[in-house]
Every structure is written in structure tokens, then in C-alpha cells.
Design a protein around this ligand. Structure first.
Ligand code: G3P
Length: 257
């Protein structure tokens, strides 16, 4: 499989379309061979219990991602309250819930990660892409604690995280676009590398800001997208749907009073 991938990618043509098609085939073939689902999951990016419940009621929620900024936005402070809040989130959702460590040194990350992982079986420990973070990812992998490597902005960082056994990888699409770079291009790059190398880390497209990001992340091979509920609900909107529905209802009313 890997030899065929290398052969295709080393052929003398460099047309983007051929690369995309080949990338698509290998991404999905390798997932099928590894018996992984090829359906992109939706995680809501919030610490708001109301938003999480609303997303769950909508019927498409697969999990939750949080970060220290999102916890602060909800006014959750102090370790005891923060941990209790994670437990409340885990009671609402069956899927994975990312809980981020605050420590930046190896021992601190391990201590916090172990405590977080004991809060609920669906907790995933979120670890920043720093030197001690990568070291901690390996430790957590060896100790069966699932992880989400966050603050990823390059393909090189994605390789390190995958080698260290991260369960999820969070490239920040919106923040890359904010500095006039190509967030979705990074997802494509990582998806291609992971397919060729057979890395099992799931690509969690984060810092997603709008519906176009979601559609583009799906096409680029993301395994998960995480965003606020508004961005996910923006997928609903199309003016022709509204105009069409209005006409259907008006025509029905004409005939039925
Ligand atoms: O999941 C990461 C996300 O919370 C960052 O989003 O919009 O603050 O760049 P944003």
C-alpha cells in the first residue's frame, strides 16, 4: 500500500487535481483497510452547557472540545469547579470530550492529564504542541490515556504528534487564515502525509469559523470538525430553500384554504 502511494506521488506529473484525486483515494483506502469510519464527526467547540444541549438536540453531535479560553468565557474558574464542569459536560454527551491541561512542563502535564482522564471515561486530554507536550503524548499513549494535540499550525508538528501517538490532532484553520495563510491547505497536506505513512491519529479541524470551512475540511480529509454551534447551523442556510418552501406552503394554502 505504502509503496503504491510513493509510486503515485513520485510520478513526473505535478498537477494539483491528480494529487488531490490520488490523495483522496489513498486517504479513504487506508482508512478502509484500517477499518476506520470515513464519516466526518462533529464536535462542538464550547464549554456552554446550553449550547452543548442544543447541539445534542439537533441530533448530529459526536463530541465536545473545550479550551481554557472557552472555560473562562463561561465564568468557570478554580480547579474544583473546572473539573466539576467537565463532569457535567460528560454527563450530557456520550462522545469524546477534550479537556485541556494548563501545565507546560512534563510532570505537570502528566499529573493534570491523569487527573482529568479519571473524571469520566470519555475525557480526552488536550495537550499543547510543545516539547514537553509531545513527550507527554507518548507517555499517555503508553498508559492508554487518549489525547488531543492542540495548537497545531504546521505539517511538521502534525508528524511529531502522530509519532508520539496522539489520538486527535487539532490544526487551527481559522487562525491560519487570519494570518493570510491557507488553513485548509494544511489539512490537505496532513491528510496526505497521514495516508502515505499510515498514521492513525485523527485529524480534528479546529478553529473552524463558518460553513465553507466545514465543507472544505470535509473535502480535504478531516476526520472531525469542531466549531461553535452557529457555524455548524450555517450549513442549513440557502436562500433557494427559503424561497422554495415559501412557495410550496403558499401553493398548498391556495388549494387547501
Ligand atoms: O478548537 C480551537 C478553537 O477553540 C480555536 O478557535 O476561533 O478561537 O480560533 P478560535
Amino acid at each position: 500500500m505504502r509503496c503504491v502511494a510513493r509510486l503515485i506521488f513520485s510520478l513526473p506529473y505535478s498537477y494539483q487535481t491528480i494529487g488531490h484525486i490520488a490523495g483522496f483515494i489513498f486517504r479513504n483506502l487506508s482508512k478502509l483497510l484500517q477499518n476506520q469510519s470515513t464519516n466526518m464527526k462533529f464536535f462542538i467547540d464550547t464549554a456552554s452547557l446550553d449550547q452543548i444541549k442544543e447541539a445534542k438536540d439537533f441530533g448530529i453531535l459526536d463530541g465536545v472540545t473545550t479550551n481554557p479560553s472557552l472555560m473562562a468565557k463561561e465564568g468557570i474558574t478554580g480547579q474544583k469547579n473546572i473539573y466539576a464542569h467537565y463532569q457535567k459536560i460528560c454527563e450530557i454527551v456520550d462522545g469524546d470530550v477534550s479537556a485541556e491541561v494548563i501545565s507546560t512542563d512534563f510532570e505537570g502535564i502528566i499529573k493534570e492529564g491523569e487527573a482529568l482522564s479519571k473524571l469520566a471515561p470519555n475525557i480526552v486530554v488536550k495537550v499543547p504542541m510543545i516539547r514537553d507536550g509531545v513527550k507527554a503524548l507518548s507517555y499517555f499513549r503508553d498508559n492508554d490515556i487518549r489525547t488531543n494535540c492542540t495548537l497545531v499550525f504546521s505539517a511538521g508538528q502534525a508528524i511529531l504528534a502522530a509519532k508520539a501517538g496522539a489520538t486527535y490532532l487539532s490544526p487551527f484553520i481559522g487562525r491560519i487564515d487570519d494570518i493570510s495563510w491557507d488553513g485548509i491547505g494544511l489539512i490537505e497536506q496532513i491528510a496526505e502525509i497521514y495516508a502515505i505513512q499510515g498514521y492513525e491519529t485523527e485529524i480534528l479541524a479546529a478553529s473552524i469559523r463558518n460553513g465553507k470551512h466545514i465543507v472544505d475540511a470535509a473535502r480535504a480529509g478531516a476526520d472531525v470538525f469542531t466549531c461553535p454551534l452557529d457555524a455548524a447551523l450555517s450549513l442549513l442556510k440557502h436562500p433557494l430553500t427559503d424561497i422554495g418552501l415559501e412557495k410550496f406552503l403558499a401553493d398548498h394554502k391556495k388549494g387547501n384554504g
